[in-house]
Write a protein that binds this ligand. Sequence first.
Ligand code: ADP
Length: 490
Amino acid sequence: MLDSVRVRLTFWYTTVLALVLILVAAVTYFIYSRNSRQRTDSDLVELSDAFLTTLQAELKDQPGPDSLKTAGMEAILEHRFRDHIFILLDASGRPVVSSWDLPAAAPLDRFTLDKALEGISSPRSVHPSFRPGSEFISLRGGRNGYRGFSRKIPLDDQLCTVIALQSLHAREEMLEDIRATFAWTIPLALLLASAGGYFLARKSLAPVVAMSSQAGRIGAANLHERLAVHNERDELGQLSKSFNSLLDRLSESFERQRCFMADASHELRTPVAILRGEAEVALSQQARSLEEYRESLGVLHHEAERLTHIVEDLFTLTRADAGQYPLQPHDFYFEELVGECVHSARTLALAKKISLNFQEAPESPMRADESLLRRMILNLLDNAIKYTPAGGQVTVTCRRAADEYVLSITDTGGGISADLQPRIFERFFRADKARSRAENDGGGAGLGLSISRWIAEAHHGRLELTRSDPHGSTFTAYLPVAPFPPATSD
Ligand code: ADP
């Protein structure tokens, strides 16, 4: 059950609310109880003052042997309040007169004078007295005990004690009422709040539930569907937007993958068809000359090479996409590598009567994946020779600019039209499909430049077409001098 966010939210909300309510109730109860106790004490002091004033006045009016008792009785009669008891003790601590002596004012409960006296001689709770000879006392007895104020005062030539007691029954009843009120209001409030909390949690999570079921229905077949965004500014709107942009990226990647597969199978189909056709023709003819067999085998070999080339390129790109192509950095001289590549391409250039020039470059030490960079340079040289007509010229330069080596390969070919230039690094893109395939020795599938760009980027550099017009093109690779940390020698 706690697996549901709604239930968990409600549970935590109710628990926190319960703690807050209990704390508030406890603090309220404590403050109220303390205040009412202070009020009782100040009432007692006032009452005791008033009683004493009356007692002293009565004493003046009634001289005689029993004057203290008579005056006390008169004062008690005058201050006869419900729940209040007055006791007057003589110097030896014996009661002279008390509220119990009034015939009609029988004690309001079973509180006994003996207990009162006992309490006074050993008070249970004594406040720091604010007048000399006076103190507050708390007594058990009656229904809820008594609070008293006792004070010593010289009366009739002796040090008498006047005690005013107030029953705590009314106060306790009030506190009991408060406790009872809290006892039912807190659970009721919690019940209502948890029901409301559950309702709110349910309501606010409803869009999430709707989103999740909508998202659950989206699959490869309907990847174009998107979640509804009700309010772009709230959190759920943001979540829907993020989810939708994730779907955008996914569907883009799906689309790219689909195109890649379609293009790849299309590119593979041609050499495979040629292979099959050529083999079928060779096999179908009974009597063929050795020369004819050699020719057929030559075609088969050429197409097999082309196929191998395409499959290798595809494999490289797939591993590069998955981030699984392991780079193997070595220390070497970049200008030497360029020189070697130019040397390898010389035969190809000679065959096409193209002059291939490599301008002397300064020493360029580097730590990088040499074989990948070789592949990139050969791709660029191969293209430059391939797309330059006979008698043309290909120039290779290599220089250092700040922290990078800049390799430029310039040809005097026909260039790439401006509208196609942004697409030449796309996979399987060929500006002129018929020509590039016909003239291509190894069989270009339009993957060379995308692989070359990936190689430059894998070395934290970039490959750009820096110029292309009807007089020729220039491809420039910018490679950091230190794309990888130096090798550590153990
Ligand atoms: P391909 O195997 O067809 O050469 P690439 O990815 O190497 O594939 O090149 C993509 C396309 O870019 C080529 O088909 C060609 O149209 C164009 N291209 C590449 N290099 C040059 C160049 N030096 N001059 C003119 N066009 C070029």
